[in-house]
Design a protein around this ligand. Structure first.
Ligand code: CU
Length: 79
């Protein structure tokens, strides 16, 4: 899956979905997405901490996945 040399990080603001089962679902489905090397829901700050391949499309997939679960995520920062 991840044969990418670059590993970038992004933080997304998460609206809702911060209870234990939702954050587990987001992490579970997020890890299956191509280009994602690590995903972690920080319930304290209502953010998604993402390590990925740097492709904006990967961010879109995360946002879409969160949306399908019934919550919303928006990109805050990338580095
Ligand atoms: Cu929940």
């Amino acid at each position: 899956m991840s044969d990418t040399a670059t590993n970038k990080k992004a933080i997304l603001d998460l609206e809702g979905g911060t209870c234990t089962s939702c954050s587990i679902a987001i992490e579970h489905f997020g890890k299956k997405l191509k280009g994602v090397s690590d995903i972690y829901v920080d319930r304290g700050t209502s953010t998604i901490q993402l390590s990925y391949n740097g492709d904006p499309e990967t961010i879109d997939k995360i946002v879409g996945m969160v949306d399908r679960i019934g919550y919303s995520a928006a990109l805050r920062t990338t580095e």
